[in-house]
Design a protein around this ligand. Structure first.
Ligand SMILES: [Zn+2]
Length: 416
């Protein structure tokens, strides 16, 4: 299956893309068919070495910045222009799949190959980026080095991070030979496009091939402590109880109602601790977390006000006290409307009806969007499954996504 792109007859080689995906899956490949390729490990070095050679074989010059971010550059007609860029990450979770992040990098490689084979010279230089430590599994937080690039974190705070074995990020980066000369962030980008698997169920459920990603939803986290009084389960009449688990159960149900009332908002209680957690004691203290998300920060704020009001009313009715502590606030990211339109146009030209979509998970693109016009392309993954060794996509969808990436790059080359 082939699809024309970008007002030209350029298209990616889907077979070669699939071969690259399967070949690089060897680096950290697991018996269950997934990949364990934690950042700055020997497996990470192996896939980086493979990547550098593959890019050089396509005539690109590869540079490395001080955070180990790699930039493979294909010259343009006017090399004084900042590059049109694409990319993602080659690191994985400990039980990761073959496509999360990797599709965006190798899809970009397929774009570079298509440009070379067609002899197509762009106006801007085109660069393919592999960001260091997107996953945040070995060294937290995630999206660490696109974060330094965008000024979210300082280089020093990242270099000083330690993994659970006590090894320091800075030394581990040196050890795999990918601490470059160029200071991270001193690399202007004209635009950035990231192809990624959806990691959710929407495209598959609606039988759509391409998601034109408008942004990343806003997210707030809280810790909630409900305090009442431990009491005997046999002798304490129901009206005289201060049962914190019962109140918490009502709060959890109320949070779900608040989220449903603010669709497509989501609200989750994923962790709960109950004290004393004994079968014949009325619980006297319950702790739980709250995670709320919505594409619009204004609605996130409305969800916050609504759930807190419901929680307070439940606490009062139940004779318990309530403490809510906000612990994290990640504002919504809105990608560049012009870049999102380029993705949608490229999808239509390739014969797909693009599905406007907002990302639930974070991505390197969410940070890059702070310093360059940015958009993302999603393709479906089986059962919406990701961060799982069984993560699966089709060759046709991989090819479709890479063709849309190519079309978006060509549009950006003309527009910027
Ligand atoms: Zn990813």
């Amino acid at each position: 299956m082939t699809h024309a792109t970008g007002g030209s007859n350029l298209r990616v080689d889907g077979e070669a893309l699939w071969t690259d995906l399967m070949e690089t899956a060897r680096f950290g490949g697991t018996p269950k068919g997934g990949i364990k390729r934690l950042t700055l490990t020997a497996e990470d070095r192996q896939v980086r070495d493979w990547f550098v050679k593959a890019c050089e074989d396509l005539g690109c010059a590869v540079s490395c910045d001080s955070m180990g971010n790699l930039f493979a550059r294909r010259p343009g007609r006017d090399d004084s222009l900042p590059p049109i860029t694409m990319g993602s990450h080659l690191d994985t979770q400990p039980t990761g799949g073959k496509f999360d992040g990797i599709l965006g990098v190798l899809g970009g490689l397929a774009v570079l190959r298509a440009l070379r084979e067609a002899g197509h010279v762009t106006r801007h230089p085109i660069e393919l980026i592999n960001w260091t430590n997107e996953e945040g599994s070995r060294f937290t937080p995630p999206m660490m080095c696109s974060g330094v690039f965008a000024g979210v974190f300082t280089e020093q705070e990242v270099l000083d991070k330690r993994d659970r074995a006590g090894l320091r990020f800075g030394e581990e980066l040196e050890a795999i030979g990918y601490r470059g000369e160029e200071i991270c962030g001193r690399h202007p980008l004209a635009a950035y496009f990231e192809l990624h698997i959806e990691q959710g169920p929407i495209l598959e459920a609606e039988d759509r091939t391409i998601g034109a990603v408008a942004g990343v939803q806003g997210m707030r986290w809280y810790e909630v402590t409900v305090r009442g009084r431990d009491a005997h389960a046999g002798s304490t009449p129901m009206p005289l109880r201060h049962d914190t688990l019962l109140a918490s159960a009502r709060m959890i149900a109320a949070l779900a109602e608040v989220a449903r009332a603010h669709a497509p908002g989501v609200g989750t209680v994923g962790l709960i601790e109950n004290r004393p957690n004994s079968n014949n004691v009325v619980p006297g203290e319950t702790f739980f977390t709250v995670d709320i998300r919505h594409p619009d920060d204004g609605v996130v704020a409305a969800m916050e006000a609504a759930f807190q009001a419901r929680f307070r009313a439940i606490a009062e009715a139940g004779g318990v006290t309530l403490e809510i502590v906000p612990i994290w606030d990640a504002p919504a990211v809105h990608f560049d409307p012009a870049c999102v339109a380029m993705v949608a146009d490229a999808a239509r030209e390739a014969g797909f009806d693009p599905r406007p979509i907002v990302s639930g998970p974070g991505h390197d693109a969410a940070y890059v969007a702070r310093v360059a016009p940015t958009a993302m392309i999603f393709v479906p993954c089986k059962d919406g499954l990701s961060h799982n060794e069984e993560e699966s996509i089709t060759q046709a969808d991989a090819q479709a996504g890479a063709n849309v990436l190519l079309g978006a790059i060509l549009r950006a080359d003309a527009a910027f």
